[in-house]
Write a protein that binds this ligand. Structure first.
Ligand code: SF4
Ligand code: SF4
Length: 290
């Protein structure tokens, strides 16, 4: 497929791999994590976002909407066009591979100077595996370093085919306790763990990313269990600890969706250091962030 649904292209990112990166966020994710900080990436389709504090109650959106905002939204975009304050926005746009590459090339000098490159994230980028592979291929043809950031919850052959075109795989491990994994993400971790083992037989550069979520996976037993599993996987080079943050609260509100972790606070530096120390016990390099 020559085109895909892109949520956002974030330039000058210091996350999602080494150096300065351009992160291409693709829409669509099969997981339903309680702490999701990118809820607008869950649906594969475009969605309308409403930023309430920008609304001046002029009523233009209602006037132009074929359903007067009351019926099912067809994502025609008329209200977005009509809104004078950008209070209504369309999350996601269809882009071709050449269009994405045009954006990526703008930052080429930063990749060369910082050892950076391009990261595909989401959502789950493997949900658009053909498009992801096209973008990775095009980057590889231009000598640009590539990474994919995956939940690992994907058909194995699709995941391996995309990973083959990436220099680095950023692989999320959230919980080893499967019952809690089902509760907090909506799916079992069995496929994720199996896919990681299969990936490790083909790919030599994997960073495991562990989101640190208070009261979900921040107890030492759970963290030690994640670290032990990761340390036994060949090809895993480091563990990245990603602290929970509260961005998802506002974003969920803008989409009109409930947020299930209201009141949860981001871990403080001491809690992060403590968690990092637990992860280090398995012998892997641990870093906070990335
Ligand atoms: S057009 Fe924009 S500013 Fe006007 S009522 Fe609709 S959302 Fe609010
Ligand atoms: S995108 Fe179209 S159908 Fe949906 S709310 Fe806006 S005007 Fe109405």
């Amino acid at each position: 497929m020559e085109s895909g649904v892109v949520l956002n292209i974030q330039r000058y990112s210091l996350q999602d791999g080494p150096g300065i990166r351009t992160t291409v966020f693709l829409k669509g994710c099969p997981l339903d994590c309680w702490w999701c900080h990118n809820p607008e990436s869950r649906s594969h389709e475009q969605e309308i976002i409403v930023i309430e504090n920008r609304c001046i109650r002029c009523g233009r959106c209602r006037e132009v909407c074929p359903a007067h905002l009351a019926g099912p939204c067809t994502r025609c975009g008329a209200c977005v066009e009509a809104c004078p304050t950008d209070a209504r926005q369309m999350a996601g746009r269809t882009m071709t591979t050449p269009q994405v590459l045009t954006e990526i090339r703008k930052d080429r000098i930063f990749y060369e100077e910082s050892g950076g490159g391009v990261s595909l994230s989401g959502g789950e980028p493997i949900m658009q595996h053909d498009f992801a592979r096209n973008v990775l291929h095009a980057c590889r043809d231009e000598g640009i370093h590539t990474a994919i950031d995956t939940s690992g919850y994907a058909p194995q052959e699709q995941l391996l085919a995309a990973a083959e075109l990436a220099d680095l795989v950023l692989y999320d491990l959230k919980l080893m306790d499967d019952a809690r994994h089902v509760r907090y993400t909506g799916v079992s971790n069995a496929t994720i763990l199996e896919n990681l083992l299969a990936l490790s037989r083909r790919h030599r550069t994997i960073w495991i990313r562990v989101p640190l979520i208070p009261a979900v996976n921040d107890d030492p037993t759970e963290l030690a269990s994640i670290a032990r599993f990761a340390a036994d996987v060949p090809g895993v080079r480091r563990l990245c600890l990603l602290p929970y943050h509260e961005l998802g609260v506002h974003k969920s509100r803008r989409l009109g969706r409930p947020y299930r972790m209201t009141g949860t606070r981001a871990p403080d530096p001491e809690q992060l250091e403590q968690a990092a120390r637990v992860l280090q016990t398995a012998g892997l390099e641990v870093m906070i962030g990335r």
